[in-house]
Ligand binder design. Structure first.
Ligand code: MIC
Ligand code: SF4
Length: 647
């Protein structure tokens, strides 16, 4: 039977379950990646598993998020990460070497392999033909220990590409078009697989822009075949021998299909405050820009920056627009310099930032109050830039550079014919910022600064749950609402008691205080609750504040897994209209929840004692998930099992 590429890779890695959409499967993980903001927790968890050396083919620890060192916290975290990597067989990519996804694509990605990363944009490596998924740090820790990664076997959406992008239209416009069609929850439970004759017209960095931002669809991952373009890219990276061609079989089946004629796409922009709020750039020409930011794991390749350099040559950015640029990796920066591409950018008045996430995660460059900022990034959620009333728009590097010159959102076709970009024929490849693990791990001492606090663990699930609805929120609540990031909060990623003070602070400044006073309770959410990042802090910190269960219309994949991993029960409404009846501050009770989980029943009644009503909620968990919830989370369960084995 012909197979699509996704199912070929899944089949080759399957260790548990059956490949039927929706059924839980366990797959073997070849590579893992972590970044510093999620990595400290992941390695603390890995250490608690008591395994000496990672069991994967390759594990890499990147430092790219918390790179501002305004106090000791981030620097301490980096030192911990470097020493723990050396001790346990993990490669360490030093701060300044670049954004994890860009560096993994350049230096490590291998077609046909699986990659699990503690970052939601891990699917970037789908651009080189990897099956690459984001997950919480604990799931990545388990994969580093050699355990399978569990997920719902996905549906596969085939996106048939034909034609060729028109001048000034970029790969970003392809994914913005998909987002416009499918919306931010359109990818739930699905892998987006690109195929068709249009694929060959796209370079690996272009493909990686598309797979990267597939995360904003809520998709499990996105993937491209590995073809001559992939081989070319890998040869340039001096890794040609790792290439192997991979594609779906001819006439492979897809669960759903979409067609895109690349030649019909136009320059697009996502408007505040959601990546699926997409319109044509030409319709936004009245938006004056205080800021343009170029970079992030979506659009910071050498190809992107060389194009920008050519457009800026002998020009100046608009005097009222602050323009910043962060290259995706040290390799990109080094080659940009060598090819003469940096000088025109600097001369044009662009502010050059280090090769890191930077403004994308609110690490600097917050826009002025109430101002519009145009960014080549992938997320424009409320408050993420660090300025709550800023209006953040997302676009391609082509739209960004044209807009930087004009000081307002500009369709780049206004600039006339695009310049020809001469890409270097050879690249400087220098891995000296990637440190291999220690040869003698016994000699390595893991360094823990005062910011690194132990991972809190929950007690076993109580027989029944009772408490107040602490907060009721609408559809598409992001992890940036639940556990905001930014330069002020990110330094506490290794310190759950400290970071928990900021839970839901974008929505309500006093949430943490109230949650503690009430000794925890419930949150009620709409569709796609917890979309966005993989940060398990959005489960761990609410758990620390006493959150017992979340009642929602539906959940985003990674966040739902994180809630279960930390013993918070994610319940979905059987009748979504029940959502309308619950009010914030209502008292809820879930009698005999633990028994229901033990018995494996499909639904349970939640009593609203304030309104004298009850709601039927789904309990459709797998037996593995039920065990985790009963134990109070995966760490407890692992310890319970280890205890049982040693008796
Ligand atoms: C993001 O883009 O939101 C992040 C910051 O990279 C997160 C990870 C984190 O919160 O540390 C992600 O995408 O998973
Ligand atoms: Fe970093 Fe932004 Fe990419 Fe997240 S989306 S990994 S913060 S560059």
């Amino acid at each position: 039977m012909p197979r699509n590429l996704t199912y070929k890779i899944l089949k080759a890695h399957l260790v548990e379950g059956e490949l039927t959409p929706g059924a839980e499967i366990g797959i073997r993980i070849d590579h893992t990646l972590t970044q510093d903001a999620t990595g400290t927790m992941a390695y603390l968890q890995f250490e608690s598993l008591g395994i000496d050396k990672v069991q994967t083919k390759l594990s890499v620890s990147y430092v790219d998020h918390n790179t501002l060192q305004c106090g000791f916290e981030n620097a301490d975290d980096h030192r911990y990460l470097q020493s723990v990597a050396a001790k346990h067989g993990v490669y360490f990519s030093r701060p300044g070497n670049g954004i994890c996804h860009q560096v993994h694509l350049e230096r490590f990605g291998v077609p046909g392999m699986t990659l699990l990363g503690s970052d939601s944009h891990t699917p970037t490596a789908g651009g080189i033909g990897m099956l690459a998924m984001g997950a919480g740090g604990l799931d990545v820790a388990v994969a580093m220990g050699g355990g399978p990664f569990y997920l719902a076997s996905p549906k596969v959406v085939g996106v048939w590409l034909e034609g060729k992008l028109s001048p000034w239209v970029g790969a970003k416009d392809v994914i913005l078009d998909v987002l416009r069609r499918l919306k931010v929850k359109g990818g739930l439970g699905r892998v987006i697989e690109y195929h068709g004759p249009g694929v060959a017209t796209l370079s690996v960095p272009e493909r990686a822009t598309i797979t990267n931002m597939g995360a904003e669809l809520g998709a499990t991952t996105s993937i491209f075949p590995a073809d001559e373009k992939t081989q070319e890219f890998m040869k340039l990276q001096h890794r040609g021998s790792k290439f192997r061609p991979l594609a779906a079989d001819p006439d492979a089946p897809y669960d759903e299909e979409i067609e895109i004629d690349l030649s019909t796409l136009e320059p697009l922009v996502a408007c505040p405050h959601s990546p699926d709020n997409v319109v044509e750039a030409a319709k936004l020409k009245n938006v004056k820009l205080a800021q343009v930011s170029i970079g992030s794991c979506t659009n910071s390749s050498l190809d992107d920056l060389m194009m920008i350099s050519r457009v800026l040559k002998n020009k100046r950015v608009h005097p009222e627009t602050s323009v910043s640029l962060a290259p995706g990796s040290k390799q990109v920066l080094q080659n940009l310099i060598a090819a003469g591409g940096l000088e025109p950018i600097v001369a044009a008045g662009v502010r050059i930032l280090e090769a890191a996430c930077g403004p994308c995660i609110g690490m600097g460059q917050s826009p002025p109050s109430g101002a519009a900022s145009l960014r080549t990034f992938n997320r424009n959620f409320l408050g993420r830039s660090g300025t709550k009333d800023a209006e953040v728009y997302l676009c391609s590097p082509q739209v960004a550079v044209a807009s930087a010159l004009k000081g307002r959102i500009t369709d780049p076709r206004e600039l006339g014919r695009p310049p020809r970009v001469q890409m270097p024929e050879n690249l400087i490849v220098d891995d000296s910022m990637i440190l291999p693990p220690a040869e003698d791990p016994a000699k390595v001492e893991v360094v823990r600064g005062p910011n690194i606090q132990p991972v809190p663990v929950k007690k076993k699930l109580a027989p029944s749950l009772k408490g107040e609805v602490l907060l009721k929120v609408e559809d598409n609540i992001t992890t940036d609402h639940i556990m905001p990031a930014g330069a002020k909060i990110l330094p506490f990623r290794s310190n759950i008691p400290a970071i928990s003070e900021f839970v839901f602070s974008v929505i309500e400044a006093d949430f943490a205080k109230r949650a503690k006073e009430k000794r925890g309770g419930f949150v009620v959410g709409g569709e796609n609750y917890g979309q966005g990042s993989s940060r398990e802090h959005a489960a761990l910190a609410p758990m620390y504040l006493g959150l017992k269960a979340v009642l929602a219309k539906s959940f985003a994949r990674i966040h739902q897994a994180n809630l279960i991993n930390f013993g918070i029960v994610p319940l979905t409404f059987v009748d979504p209209k029940d959502y309308d009846h619950i009010r914030q501050s209502d008292e809820l009770e879930i009698p005999k929840l633990a028994k229901a989980l033990r018995d494996g029943v499909e639904t349970i009644q939640v009593q609203n004692t304030t309104r004298k009503r009850s709601y039927t909620m789904n309990l459709g968990f797998t037996s593995r998930q039920r065990e985790m919830l009963l134990a109070g989370g995966l760490l407890n369960l692992t310890k319970e099992r280890a205890g049982a084995n040693s008796q």
